[in-house]
Design a protein around this ligand. Structure first.
Ligand code: ATP
Ligand code: MG
Length: 239
């Protein structure tokens, strides 16, 4: 079954077309990787899907509902949730409070929201930081907090924007493992990531974006071996 349908999606910023006619169908429970050079339009695509930006043209259909032009809050409430490449937790608040704010969208009472938040914090293995100020977290902790805030909204489609960036190799493996577990638990995932080994380890299909457009889409190994992709993105070194 299709969970997300993207039709002719376009976003222009005064002269620059950041997203240029993206057409895509994501299957329920799929893990879709998204790669492409800096400025290819990956983050902008997520902003269009999750309602942070209105598209210039095109359509976004989530679980059969046309959500084009909906606000980010309303989109998140339907179960389509993103993380931010530039993380923005409330730094002067504890990890628990940061996650509990997100949990409130699903749980009315303060107690229920906090209980739910604690479960999510455990899920991302941030227990030892539960009462720490978010601003004091190391990068790996911030990445997990960003993930926790998204998970607190109980997504069925999770858009992850470079959640591995800035992690040292020793921190990457457990994060990759966590993403794999979340997927196994039933979440559909779209993952933007520059670290190709991680993308290939996780993705069932791979979308390559280039100058706003779709350069390739398909089985990950076939896509990275595609001469067009190597030429435009991966470079001769990769080949
Ligand atoms: N709000 C905005 N206003 C004007 N231009 C923007 C805006 N947001 C993004 N852009 C431009 O759109 C293009 C695509 O940016 P985007 O952030 O989507 O790329 P990206 O693929 O996520 O890159 P990176 O890998 O560096 O994160 C870039 O040229 C960027 O400068
Ligand atoms: Mg980006």
């Amino acid at each position: 079954m299709t969970i997300l349908e993207v039709k002719g999606l376009v976003k222009s910023f005064s002269g620059l077309t950041a997203v240029n006619d993206i057409n895509l169908e994501v299957r329920e429970h799929e893990f879709l990787g998204i790669v492409g050079p800096n400025g290819a339009g990956k983050t902008t695509l997520f902003s269009l899907l999750s309602g942070q930006l209105p598209p210039s043209a095109g359509k976004v259909v989530f679980e059969g509902r046309d959500i084009t032009g909906w606000s980010a809050n309303k989109v998140a409430a339907t179960g389509l949730v993103r993380t931010f490449q530039l993380m923005r937790p409330f730094e002067s608040m504890s990890v628990l409070d940061n996650v509990a704010i997100a949990s409130h969208a699903r749980h009315r009472s303060r107690r229920a929201a906090r209980r739910h938040a604690l479960g999510v914090i455990e899920r991302v293995q941030l227990e030892r930081y539960v009462n720490s100020l978010s601003g004091s977290l190391p990068t790996a902790g911030l990445k997990r907090l960003e993930l926790a805030r998204a998970l607190a909204l109980e997504p069925r489609l999770l858009l992850l924007d470079e959640v591995l960036a800035g992690l040292v190799p020793a921190e990457r493996a457990p994060m990759i493992e966590l993403l794999r577990e979340l997927h196994t638990d039933g979440v559909t995932v779209m993952l933007i990531e520059h670290i190709m080994t991680a993308v290939l380890a996780l993705s069932e299909r791979l979308l390559v974006m280039h100058e706003g457009a779709q350069l390739a889409l398909g089985e990950p190994r076939a896509v990275v071996d595609d001469p067009v992709v190597i030429e435009a993105y991966l470079g001769e070194d990769y080949a």
